[in-house]
Write a protein that binds this ligand. Structure first.
Ligand SMILES: [Zn+2]
Length: 327
């Protein structure tokens, strides 16, 4: 607690000096006319870059999680807070792992800042977090049943949602820079075509596959993806779970599902240590399933980006992995 208070104090005072330094600089010179955009999550960053196209050179586009820190573990640094407070456009998901955003937005110094919250854009299509048969439940969650429903925040993992979200980003960019409207709209149209093509490939894959169920020995952020193509799932934990250990019951349940459905693949998400997957496999009858990972894009880092990672390449890779496993 003490440590936390100290850290907060540091943020406040840095913000204060940050602002006054900014004001002094502005007195002598115009504020940089580069558009400043801050994104919390990789897909937001990548989509914005696509819509900006060549105009990205004239923008300061910040991806807050570029260190590769998982969305669920990220807290803004004092420097991040300053970047956010003064930007022209702030894009965030707005789910349970970004509860820090409310406080950050109280420190905003730019009165013209536009904010896009993906959960608001998706609106009624946001799904309630599902605790499915066999899942490990966290003790607090069981007591929370009187409270408001928790929504599944992983909306970017539906390619169909991606199209809707890109539209919203394009609309807001056009509001900020109406003179670039035609450019942004053309970039959006070209990108939307690629998203539609990918959506069709997922759809064809799901239709052609003999297996219609995935088993995740991990947390499960992919509900928006599997629901789009009528693929069923079982998983050890809900999407945002911080659990890393599964009980005997959960391991046994998942192993039984693999046996019953004759599945040859156990899924994990990116950066998994495979401990639960291996435990599940050794509890099955055949004990010879393979492990495959789908990337939920919650810890894409700047090296990945330098190596060409994009929403499309990562989802294309997820498609290839699913195609092979469900064949
Ligand atoms: Zn999450």
């Amino acid at each position: 607690m003490f440590k936390k208070l100290l850290a907060l104090g540091a943020v406040t005072s840095l913000l204060f000096t940050g602002c006054s330094a900014g004001n002094i600089a502005n007195a002598g010179q115009q504020k940089s006319d580069k558009l400043s955009i801050v994104c919390t999550l990789f897909p937001e960053y990548d989509w914005t870059k696509e819509i900006l196209g060549e105009q990205a050179q004239n923008a300061n586009l910040t991806y807050l999680l570029s260190s590769g820190l998982d969305l669920h573990n990220y807290q803004p640094s004092a420097k991040d807070m300053i970047t956010i407070s003064d930007c022209d456009l702030f894009i965030y998901v707005g789910g349970e792992s970004e509860s820090w955003v409310d406080d950050a937005l109280k420190e905003v110094t730019n009165p013209d800042m536009k904010v896009i919250r993906l959960m608001d854009v998706i609106g009624d299509s946001a799904k309630e977090e599902e605790v499915k048969e066999g899942m490990e439940t966290e003790p607090e969650e069981e007591e929370e049943d009187e409270e408001e429903p928790e929504y599944d925040e992983h909306v970017w993992l539906s390619v169909k949602n991606a199209g809707i979200l890109c539209n919203a980003i394009c609309d807001t960019l056009c509001e900020i820079q109406p003179e670039q409207k035609d450019v942004y709209q053309a970039n959006l149209n070209a990108y939307t075509e690629k998203l539609n093509q990918l959506d069709k490939e997922f759809s064809d894959m799901a239709e052609a596959s003999s297996v219609k169920t995935v088993v995740f020995a991990d947390r499960f952020p992919f509900r928006y993806l599997v629901d789009d193509y009528n693929i069923d799932y079982y998983a050890a934990f809900v999407g945002c779970s911080a659990e890393t250990e599964a009980s005997f019951e959960t391991v046994a349940f998942l192993a039984k599902k693999l046996d019953e459905l004759h599945l040859d693949t156990v899924f994990t998400i990116e950066n998994a240590d495979n401990a639960i997957a291996n435990a599940v496999i050794s509890s099955t009858e055949s004990k010879n399933q393979q492990i495959a990972a789908l990337n939920s894009m919650q810890s894409v880092n700047s090296d990945d980006i330098a190596n060409g990672a994009s929403y499309l390449t990562i989802m294309q890779n997820n498609l290839t992995v699913l195609k092979e496993a469900l064949n």
